[in-house]
Design a protein around this ligand. Structure first.
Ligand SMILES: Cc1ncc(COP(=O)(O)O)c(C=O)c1O
Length: 548
């Protein structure tokens, strides 16, 4: 979708139409002047001077000008990119902006959209999650700093969707992974590293007796679900409906509004229960007696478990013949003791780890009790479970990276630092929101090692528009902060610069509460990942309802 903006002043009946300019530069690189003029005609909204053009309309125009095929594959000539840029830069838009040059990102964005569905390989990293004025592509990172393809530098707080807890390019991890790469990464028989890494992980997680590796979190949680089904001989599973994501696989995606391509029958087998609400889980077991194989949840998210909740939930599962699966994808290597299980003193039957375990290198794991995990092995007479057997699951460089991560956590105060720097950041931000009277509108949540924030409008209601404005203003000030997740590499200086930048962004937020966010936001607001249609901006209704 392309946003076309006209003059900032509302159009008077007799005033000349302001010159229309393409705000979202990247797509305009692909357009000729004649095509631009056609788009302006479609986008022009009398009295507002701006509007949206659908992708299909852009496509129609390109096709009708007989250029579509060439555009889709062409490497744009430099002169053309420069002309397009010159045509689209409107300096008044960017006055007061520190970071405003996203030209190379813009050019790449066009090529990305032509070559990759959605323009990115992870939805949460996609364009629709960021304001128009944002770095589209990151070239490199070091510690907690990243540089985009235009050379802009940011202090970052997304940390690769929380996959990087030590910092980008962390020397000990790089050394271990590169060293192993030069020795070969994938052999015809297992490597000794598989054994060493499994043993170290089992030591770290008290309830775990066996481990199996794979490459991403989704595959690990899906394996846990399959194992639970095989172990209990039951089909139905239940996931915590207050937590957004467990896997890209059908059993989990069937519960979201983005469920196209998932057989409807899947939705019958996945039920929901509420976090910190035992009666919701009890009602589930009462409704489906003898049918639920497992409950899966993150032990803690934005709010901690109420005292006794996890232990009672575990008992409830076992009393009803079901397993308890704890997904530690985010909590693993971030919570004290390296897992939420250790921190809350709960023993899961199965648990899953990933993300920070490889500090950005793809490695994840399924851990669990021996008698369950063995169903994927050779020491039993029951039907065998096809458990996480993949070509790439135990690549040696990733295992070496995971060992280097575990060594660093053992030898250095990593988790303490994540919390300490998060606390410093939290104190600074709360000071700013209090001083500016914004405590009702900008709120922090979660443990200090893993903070998120909520942006609310004038009525105190969560608002995508205000979130986009906050992102835009923090990006302008050199932050990339879709969340406020700290790493071992965030120094006091980084945190203090961040607090200052956020205070500046909150000053704009304050003004926007008075005169409306539209006066400050360039382009469209961000949209939820899980929405039924690309063109919609709301989340829609999930298929799975929580009953009871
Ligand atoms: C709690 C949780 N579980 C599972 C996953 C899936 O992990 P991956 O994206 O590595 O497949 C995620 C990813 O964000 C997650 O947050």
């Amino acid at each position: 979708m392309l946003w076309v903006a006209g003059g900032a002043v509302p159009r008077q009946a007799n005033c000349a139409r302001p010159k229309t300019e393409i705000v979202e530069r990247p797509t305009s690189f692909a357009l000729r002047r004649t095509e631009l003029r056609q788009l302006e005609k479609i986008a022009w909204k009398p009295g507002r001077g701006c509007g949206q053009v659908e992708n299909s309309q852009i496509r129609d125009i390109l096709v009708s000008s007989n250029a579509a095929g060439r555009r889709a594959t062409a490497v744009l000539r430099k002169s053309r990119v420069e002309r397009a840029l010159a045509m689209n830069i409107r300096s008044s838009f960017f006055s007061g902006t520190n970071l405003d040059n996203f030209a190379t990102s813009g050019a790449l964005r066009f090529r990305a959209r032509a070559a990759i569905p959605g323009g990115a390989h992870t939805y949460a990293k996609g364009d629709d999650q960021y304001p128009l004025l944002a770095p589209g592509f990151i070239a490199r990172g070091l510690g907690c700093h990243v540089w985009d393809v235009d050379g802009n530098e940011f202090i970052e707080y997304g940390m690769g969707l929380r996959a990087v807890s030590l910092g980008h390019g962390f020397p000990a991890v790089v050394k271990a992974a590169v060293g192993q790469m030069s020795q070969g990464t994938n052999f015809t028989r297992p490597s000794a590293l598989e054994v060493e890494c499994a043993e170290r992980l089992i030591e770290l997680v008290p309830a775990a007796e066996m481990a199996k590796f794979t490459k991403d979190g989704s595959t690990a949680t899906t394996a846990a679900i399959r194992l639970a089904r095989a172990y209990t001989g039951r089909d139905m599973i239940a996931l915590c409906s207050d937590q957004p994501f467990f896997s890209y696989d059908d059993w989990a995606i069937c519960t979201t509004p983005m469920n196209a391509g998932v057989p409807r029958a899947m939705a019958e087998l996945t039920q929901g229960f509420r976090y910190n609400d035992l009666s919701s889980a009890e009602a589930l077991f009462a409704r489906y007696p003898g049918r639920v194989a497992a409950l899966i949840l993150e032990a803690e998210k934005e709010v901690p478990p109420t005292p006794g909740y996890l232990a009672t939930l575990r008992k409830l599962c076992h009393r009803n013949g079901a397993l308890l699966i704890i997904d530690e994808m985010i909590t693993g290597f971030r919570w004290p003791g390296c897992s939420a299980q250790s921190h809350h003193g709960i023993e899961a039957d199965l648990s899953t780890f990933g993300k920070a375990m490889g500090n950005g290198i793809a490695i994840s794991a399924l851990l669990g009790r021996r008698e369950i995990m063995e169903l994927g092995g050779l020491n039993h007479d029951r039907d065998r479970v096809f458990l996480l057997s993949t070509t790439h699951g135990a690549e040696t460089h990733a295992l070496a990276a995971a060992l280097a991560v575990m060594n660093t956590y053992r030898d250095e105060p990593v988790i303490e630092t994540l919390h300490r720097q998060g606390s410093r950041l939290k104190a600074g931000i709360e000071n700013s929101t209090q001083r500016r009277g914004l405590t009702r509108y900008f709120k922090l949540a979660g443990r200090t090692s893993n903070m998120v924030y909520a942006c609310c409008d004038r009525d105190g209601v969560p608002s995508q528009t205000f979130r986009t404005l906050f992102l835009q203003e923090t990006i302008r000030r050199g932050l990339l902060a879709p969340s406020l997740v700290t790493s071992y590499s965030h120094t006091n200086d980084d945190i203090d610069r961040t607090i200052e930048a956020i205070d500046g962004a909150l000053a704009v937020y304050q003004k926007a509460l008075e005169d409306g966010p539209e006066a400050h936001l360039i382009g469209r607001p961000v949209a939820p990942v899980f929405r039924r249609r690309a063109t919609s901006t709301s989340a829609g209704t999930p298929r799975t309802k929580v009953r009871g």
